[in-house]
Design a protein around this ligand. Structure first.
Ligand SMILES: [Zn+2]
Ligand SMILES: [Zn+2]
Length: 226
């Protein structure tokens, strides 16, 4: 198992601020082995080439110390989303899709069709998929299995920072503590990965990332490899 954090933001996101080197070195110092930079699609905007060029330069610079990944977080609410994923994605190694549980999401349950346009690995960011299933009257194991079958991974988002008011994600806490939830996730076969969703390097808590990576690896869950 490689200690993985696939979700961090830089100054390319309006809500972020950090330079690449600063967060990469914080990840190295925190024992992270695979680290994904994953700014918002609407922050990257028309700077996609610059965004990817910087990350690919960083990959080379740090290649002996950490494996870096070039990602993008894709919004699915009106005005912020990406409607032509086929043209957007060739440079990206993965994308995290957010907001699919919101009533105003432009994708929602069409996620299984939507991701067919993506040539890179795709996952769901910080979304309580089990509550989403229950709110629609679906069996959660069956609902998660659809993601497994579509090869869509699920982020366990261990964020805990000032930008989000030091609020933990309830679905992650539930996954960590509730054997019934763990059985649903395990039985569904969905692949998991871990993201901190860092927005300020001074808030980074790599021990939370390590703990969740180890929990997933040691308890029989499927892991998304990068
Ligand atoms: Zn997000
Ligand atoms: Zn994010």
């Amino acid at each position: 198992m490689k200690i993985t954090d696939i979700h961090s933001h830089t100054y390319f996101s309006a809500c972020g601020a950090d330079k690449h080197e600063d967060i990469i070195e914080a990840a190295i110092n925190g024992g992270i082995e695979v680290f994904g930079i994953c700014d918002h699609c609407y922050g990257i905007g028309d700077r996609r080439e610059e965004y990817c060029r910087i990350i690919y330069e960083m990959k080379e610079k740090y290649k002996d110390r950490i494996k870096l990944l070039c990602g993008i977080e894709i919004a699915t609410v009106p005005g912020l989303g990406v409607y032509d994923p086929e043209n957007l994605l060739p440079d990206f190694e993965y994308c995290l899709i957010e907001h699919i549980d919101r009533p105003e999401s432009t994708v929602g349950e069409d996620i299984f069709e939507y991701v067919k346009h993506f040539s890179c690995k795709t996952g769901i960011a910080h979304t309580d998929l089990i509550s989403m299933a229950r709110s629609k009257g679906y069996d959660p194991t069956e609902f998660l299995r659809k993601f497994a079958e579509a090869d869509i991974f699920w982020e366990m988002n261990v964020n805990y920072d000032s930008i989000h008011g030091f609020n933990e994600h309830g679905y992650v806490r539930d996954f960590f503590e509730n054997p019934e939830t763990q059985k649903i996730v395990r039985d569904s076969g969905i692949k998991l990965t871990v993201g901190f969703d860092g927005h300020r390097v001074y808030d980074y808590a790599p021990e939370r990332v390590r703990t969740m990576n180890e929990f997933i690896a040691n308890n029989g869950f499927n892991v998304q490899e990068f």
